[in-house]
Design a protein around this ligand. Structure first.
Ligand code: SF4
Length: 64
């Protein structure tokens, strides 16, 4: 299971990076990057799902 960001939808508001800095960080192009390639624990999966809730543009998804 992993997190992906739809750059077409991202409005660079930063909620993902501020709320879950272990999972997201702003890259050099100012778009957020996903720092963890595979969500290994249930806690990580839980927080990843929470990041979907805080994204104002619906740009974050969790996929198998
Ligand atoms: S919270 Fe959503 S819109 Fe904001 S920077 Fe993260 S992915 Fe982009």
């Amino acid at each position: 299971m992993k997190v992906v960001i739809d750059r077409e939808r991202c409005m660079m508001s930063g909620e993902c990076c501020y709320n879950h800095p272990w999972l997201f960080s702003f890259g050099e192009d100012d778009f957020p990057e996903v720092l963890v390639s595979e969500l290994a624990t249930e806690q990580q999966r839980k927080e990843a799902r929470q990041s979907i809730q805080v994204c104002p543009s619906g740009a974050i998804s969790v996929i198998e």
